[in-house]
Design a protein around this ligand. Structure first.
Ligand code: ATP
Ligand code: MG
Length: 770
């Protein structure tokens, strides 16, 4: 046992040493909340609490693994192994498997991922003959999801005229019917979706008092990290389980609540004191993660929020560098800036790729970053987006594996019944679906009994369907004696999946085969690991559970060194020495979709606070003046968040744009303006500009007088007239067909050979006169 308690400050020590009772730790970013949870668990075990009776709920499975590792270092691996630790979804999926039959589910129920759920909903909308432009499946899915997370079952929905009216107002009066059909369809397929894992746990704990008692007695100590982002469904589970012993410790930061859009309820943190007797509230104030500059800049942002608990965050860490702000011309330039900066920092400070993270508001922004990193040969990994397990070829293999365990799984069946092609057409599949609905059986069951029902399917096709059933059944037999890796290898060969992919010799085709190999490698590792841990035998069902709940963060291999790219939402709880927060533009961050109310804007601001507080040593904030969004070139304005940070903590860089092509129209002005800090709204106090010399600046000032409003006057080349032939980097050659606006707002409408008609703001458009 290490002397770990001296690695805590006094404020942190208090909640660790309070063994029993209800407590909440509210504290800002980087103040050691997660460390307190970790050490508290170690302390409980040291004081004789059985590992089996401790339940710790984390935000990602990765966080749980890291916590377990640290605890194992303190108390020993054999003890730590027995802790119940993981995300809400993974812990309660385990419990649901044990108790499934009470709820009418098979214990081998499938977990439908978002794609599966959306595909079921899409099918239902089609079957009900609803207009798919009104009933958009993704929207329907998210409404149903939010009902489930608020514990509004189908029955509760139909008992609630207000909800029905709200959906009718949203032009979706049949939403309840879709909800009902969706729930029935999942049930018939022996499937639970992500939200069911929480909803059904609640159902289990309320309908079966003996089950509730069992788990209340088991989990005598409950701990929850990132409590501010629990939704109603999660909140009720925690409250029910902790009700008997009331040994509950939650930690969180209201300033980092960023999942309201998914139903997270900040009131859970605010009301905690009401829910338990004698709640002890602890506050931590000292930040150990970041430099003074970063901590204070972050404080200056969150200060702008009205709805918040007052908190103090300070640090003894060194002041560090100022936060660097960089403006680029285009999103492409922004990517190049970030890649070059990472490259330089690595060289100058002997850093690893893994010391860097690039954080963005939306997944789409990763592309420009990726392109630039690739050009500089900097290895990176994207988290989120399309995860490994969501790629088509991987989902195909997984679908076979799912069918082996649960042949009722309709999404899996539909996916592979005719893949690789075996002559089972859509009409046949539709007949099967109709029959399955009619007899209230699964499609697979219908296929098993084709000779008993007359579906008007010809004997050739019937034979093919029966072959498919036989194949799956033969896999099931093997599954009784083989491990997950062996089964998967067999499936890949016997179904003809690999042969099918080998037909495609394109690089994409080859990549797909490599992915399947990677899946098999992963399976082999999984089996080995499980055996080593002596936790299990590495069975298929364990593997599938892991896959269903895997987030990208969980697939991280510790051994390779890459720059991390992810959305800010995903970065919560993590830390990196160098952090680039990119795309700080109005409408992007804050998101254009989240600026309508103060609540939404405050959530965006919290998101910004989360982003900035991930940085340990150096933070960069970048934005572009033009950006491609939804296929269009958009003029962007710097984010209001840049204005909001106390400028004492910022250093505005002067952008260096690559001179990628030959003479520009009034090349000098455009080129030099790029390199000047003339247009910067907040010149750095005291720090010499890194760009042009004083000499150049004087010249530029003469050329581009700044007017009274502080906006510089822009002179655009007067040679640009209607009829002028020009060349643009992206769109190629074109002819000006119209000119409008004056000065900085002057725009030209240009008919491009490659890009068609485009309207460009001349002060940004890099045009070459032909
Ligand atoms: P977040 O709000 O971002 O989740 P947090 O409050 O959970 O942050 P931790 O991740 O626990 O903070 O801690 C931040 C960093 O500070 C970690 O690297 C942690 O190891 C370190 N740290 C925490 N407490 C101490 C301490 N007493 N002494 C030294 N380092 C500490
Ligand atoms: Mg934390």
């Amino acid at each position: 046992m290490q002397d770990y308690l001296n690695q805590l400050n006094e404020a942190q020590l208090a909640p660790v040493l309070q063994k029993d009772g209800a407590m909440i730790v509210i504290a800002g970013a980087g103040s050691g909340k997660t460390r307190v949870l970790t050490y508290r668990i170690a302390y409980l075990m040291e004081k004789g609490v059985d590992a089996f009776s401790i339940l710790a709920l984390t935000f990602t499975n990765k966080a749980a693994r890291e916590m377990k590792k640290r605890i194992a270092e303190i108390v020993g691996a054999s003890e730590a192994k027995n802790l119940w630790m993981g995300t809400f979804h993974s812990v309660f999926a385990k419990i649901l498997r044990i108790e499934a039959e009470r709820l009418g589910y098979p214990s081998n129920f499938t977990i439908y991922d978002t794609q599966d759920s959306q595909s079921v909903i899409r099918a239902i909308i089609k079957e009900m003959n609803l207009d798919k432009d009104v009933y958009k499946y993704k929207q329907v899915y998210s409404r149903i999801s939010s009902y489930k997370n608020s514990l509004i079952t189908v029955k509760a929905y139909f008992n609630n005229p207000e909800l029905m009216e709200a959906d009718a107002m949203a032009k979706m009066p049949r939403l309840g019917d879709i909800y009902k059909a969706y729930v029935a369809r999942c049930f018939k397929a022996g499937a639970m979706d992500f939200d069911d894992l929480l909803l059904k746990t609640n159902e289990l704990l309320t309908r079966f008092p003996e089950v509730l008692a069992k788990y209340q007695n088991r989990f005598r100590y409950i701990l929850v990290d990132e409590y501010q982002d629990t939704n109603h469904s999660q909140y009720l589970i925690v409250r029910a389980l902790s009700d008997r012993f009331q040994n509950i410790c939650v930690v969180g930061d209201d300033a980092q609540s960023i999942y309201a859009f998914r139903g997270a309820n900040i009131n859970n943190i605010l009301n905690f004191q009401r829910d338990y007797d004698d709640v002890k509230v602890y506050r931590l104030e000292q930040n150990y993660r970041s430099t003074k500059n970063i901590v204070e800049a972050a404080n200056s942002i969150i200060d702008k929020n009205k709805t918040k608990l007052e908190k103090i965050v300070w640090t003894e860490n060194e002041p560090g560098n100022k936060i660097i702000v960089n403006r680029s011309m285009t999103d492409g330039d922004e990517g190049r800036f970030v890649a070059s900066s990472i490259f330089e920092n690595k060289m100058n400070n002997q850093l690893k790729n893994g010391d860097f993270a690039i954080l963005y508001r939306t997944n789409a922004q990763s592309r420009a970053m990726e392109d630039a990193l690739r050009k500089k040969d900097i290895p990176y990994r994207i988290y989120g987006g399309l995860s490994f397990y969501q790629r088509k070829e991987i989902k195909d293999v997984i679908a076979y594996l799912r069918l082996i365990l649960n042949p009722k799984d309709e999404e899996a069946l539909k996916r592979v019944v005719n893949y690789p092609a075996r002559g089972i057409g859509n009409t046949t599949i539709e007949k099967l679906i109709v029959a399955a609905n009619h007899y209230n059986r699964s499609i697979f069951e219908v296929m098993e009994h084709l000779d008993k029902i007359d579906l008007k399917i010809n004997s050739g096709t019937k034979g093919k369907l029966q072959d498919f059933v036989t194949t799956i059944k033969s896999f099931q037999v093997l599954n009784e004696s083989y491990n997950a890796f062996e089964i998967a290898e067999h499936v890949v060969k016997k179904t003809g999946l690999l042969q099918e992919l080998k037909k495609d010799a394109t690089p994409e085709g080859i990549a797909r085969i490599e992915n399947i190999e990677e899946l098999l490698n992963g399976l082999r590792d999984f089996v080995e690991e499980q055996k080593e841990l002596a936790e299990s035998s590495g069975s298929l069902s364990e593997f599938l559970e892991d896959v269903a709940l895997a987030t990208d963060l969980d697939n991280e291999k510790g051994d390779d060194d890459r720059v991390a790219l992810m959305t800010i939402h995903l970065a919560k709880g993590l830390e990196f020495p160098y952090v680039y927060v990119v795309g700080l533009e109005e409408d992007l961050f804050p998101s254009g979709m989240s600026m309508n109310t103060r609540e939404e804007l405050e959530e965006e601001r919290r998101l910004f606070y989360v982003a900035l507080t991930r940085a340990e040593k150096q933070a960069y904030l970048t934005y572009a003046q033009t950006r491609y969004r939804w296929g269009k070139l958009i003029d962007a304005e710097p984010s209001r968040f840049l204005e909001e940070i106390d400028e004492n903590f910022l250093e505005y860089l002067t952008p260096v744009t690559e001179n990628r092509y030959k003479p520009l129209i009034d090349a000098d002005i455009f080129d030099e303006v790029d390199k000047s800090n003339l247009r910067l709204r907040k010149p750095t106090k005291g720090t010499p500009p890194r760009g042009p010399s004083e000499e150049q600046l004087k010249k530029l000032r003469r050329l581009r007088p700044v007017n009274a409003s502080g906006k510089e006057k822009v002179e655009v080349d007067s040679n640009l007239k209607i009829g002028t032939l020009v060349e643009h980097m992206r769109f190629g050659k074109g002819k000006i067909v119209n000119i409008e606006g004056v000065g900085a707002d002057k725009k030209a409408e240009i008919n491009f050979e490659n890009g068609g008609l485009k309207k460009l703001l001349l002060r940004f458009a890099k045009l070459n006169i032909l």
